[in-house]
Write a protein that binds this ligand. Structure first.
Ligand SMILES: O=C(O)C(=O)C[C@]1(C(=O)O)C=C[C@@H](O)C=C1
Length: 93
């Protein structure tokens, strides 16, 4: 059995991986924000979001996680992405 410190080290590494991937996702969504601003597209795409929530919910079930928790987690990220898109559009105007 691993020690508490070893288990916590593994948790810390996973947290670092998660945030590295979230940062990469924001880099990509910022590019989407620039594209949308340049093509006068709205910051928010409800249909795409519905598909995203369905997809994340199915993914959560596949990994035996709570689908609502997964959707809440994604909502925090997507809400921030939309804010960033609005900021980008204001800067490009
Ligand atoms: O796919 C897009 O159009 C995005 O802007 C990305 C994204 C997302 O983070 O997944 C964010 C905002 C949109 O409302 C839908 C999806």
């Amino acid at each position: 059995m691993e020690s508490l410190d070893q288990l916590r080290d593994r948790i810390d590494k996973i947290d670092a991986d998660i945030f590295s991937l979230i940062a990469e996702r924001f880099e990509i969504t910022n590019q989407v924000g620039i594209y949308k601003a340049m093509h006068q597209l709205p910051a928010k795409d409800e249909l795409r979001e519905l598909k995203q929530y369905e997809r994340i919910s199915a993914l959560a079930e596949q990994f035996e996680l709570d689908p609502q928790m997964a959707k809440d987690f994604l909502a925090v990220i997507i809400d921030k992405v939309v804010e960033n898109h609005i900021d980008i559009a204001e800067q490009i105007e």
